[in-house]
Design a protein around this ligand. Structure first.
Ligand SMILES: [Zn+2]
Length: 409
């Protein structure tokens, strides 16, 4: 190489390193979140769902903080390991991911629904909170350790749809909400479908006008896709036999995050494939898909369980990337896997990323080895303006944050 060319190349390298974001490389720690980017972390704990979202201005959102109170042989292992409860691992993961922030906090926490694997269920071993008013498990552990700006759920303030929510885990969560609102000034709101102003950029909204968080559905009330209008998908309870009342998963919150041309969908545990004898309105995916339309990436509803991902839903959302939060041997099920793979339902390439895969499922599902990843935290990194995104897999067997794989541009 002649001297002139060398200096030109060196100059170009310096210019690139100043302007381009640090690339994630396998074997090195995950690079820090960059202003203007959206990061969506699917945190792998083996005990339920937890997703950390960092918006372009640094606003933070935690969607769910699951902690199953007990494990069976049908479950996948705890991650990184069983030495701490899931809530503690989630808090530690958040602190690492928000290391750019001198005072890491969650501007929003959103619970898709009131099940242990999404909000945390206390066990006999769960410690009491410092106030003694509730036990620490999942979201209550998160709220004990990190400041929460606003909490959104599907039940505030009465927690009585379709009937009073007073199982042990929800009672514990309600005790947490009561104590935190009375003593710590926690703000709580009921998630209102159709609106796009309940989760907003709270640090520098003006700089990113093409970011939007759209509430899609909850409790059977579903956005129509027009303005903020919604429709009631469930009939009035008094017209329905009690055995057919909407169950907890059907009431899950769903939302769409948009940034420029990038769209992401999360539907909690909504079902879309009903067993025989169930009324058609037990399919929540279909009206949700009509409102949401095509997206670039989506998390599998209900961990890819057999009551989800009907053909209309899969073909309407038609994402390039599906992510899957796994904690048992039925995540995903064979029928769901086949529909996700079908190029008759929608053409073109797609990749499915799972946080884990149970050994039984590895044997049971034909073609499951096509999973793009079957171990680790899944981090979607959306470039400034939403122009492109990639998927980074991070080792979940320790807190090293070591990148294991990188996909995309
Ligand atoms: Zn679940």
């Amino acid at each position: 190489m002649n001297t002139r060319l060398f200096f030109l190349s060196a100059g170009l390298l310096i210019a690139l390193s100043l302007t381009a974001r640090a690339e994630d490389v396998a074997g090195t720690p995950l690079s820090a979140w960059q202003p203007g980017s959206v990061d969506i972390h699917q945190i792998s704990t083996g005990r339920g769902n937890a997703g950390l979202y960092i918006f372009p201005d640094g606003t933070t959102l935690l969607v769910d903080a699951g902690e199953l109170p007990a494990k069976t042989a049908q479950h996948t292992p705890d991650r990184p390991d069983g030495s701490r409860p899931a809530g503690e691992w989630i808090v530690r993961y958040i602190r690492q991911a928000l290391a750019h922030d001198p005072q890491p906090a969650l501007d929003y926490v959103l619970l898709t629904h009131f099940h242990d694997d999404h909000m945390g269920g206390p066990s006999d071993k769960s410690p009491a909170s410092s106030s003694g008013a509730y036990k620490l498990a999942g979201v209550t552990q998160v709220g004990e350790s990190l400041k929460i700006g606003k909490l959104l759920d599907r039940g505030w303030p009465d927690y009585n749809y379709p009937q009073p929510l007073d199982d042990a885990a929800t009672k514990n969560y309600r005790a947490f909400v009561k104590w935190q609102t009375e003593h710590k000034g926690l703000k709580v709101e009921c998630f209102a479908p159709g609106r796009a102003d309940q989760v907003v950029l709270c640090r520098d909204a003006k700089k990113y006008p093409d970011f939007q968080f759209r509430n899609v559905g909850a409790n059977g009330e579903i956005w129509t896709g027009e303005g903020t209008a919604t429709q009631k998908h469930f009939p009035p309870l008094e017209t329905v036999p009690r055995a057919l009342w909407p169950h907890e998963n059907m009431c899950s919150i769903s939302f769409r995050l948009s940034y420029g041309k990038f769209d992401f969908f999360n539907g909690g545990d909504i079902p879309g494939v009903s067993p025989k004898g169930r009324p058609a309105w037990h399919d929540v995916e279909t009206p949700v898909a009509k409102a949401v339309g095509p997206v670039d990436a989506a998390i599998l509803d209900h961990h890819g369980y057999l009551d989800t991902h009907n053909e209309f839903f899969v073909g309407t959302l038609r994402p390039r990337v599906w992510t899957l939060s796994v904690w048992d041997a039925h995540h995903p099920t064979a029928g769901v896997w086949q529909r996700l793979q079908s190029t008759e339902i929608y053409p073109g390439p797609r990749d499915v990323f799972a946080t884990d895969l149970h050994p039984d499922n590895r044997k049971a599902i034909e073609g499951i080895d096509k999973l793009a990843s079957q171990a680790g935290h899944i981090v979607l990194r959306v470039a400034p303006g939403g122009a492109s995104f990639r998927v980074v897999i991070v080792d979940d067997t320790s807190e090293s944050r070591r990148v294991t794989k990188v996909f995309g541009p």
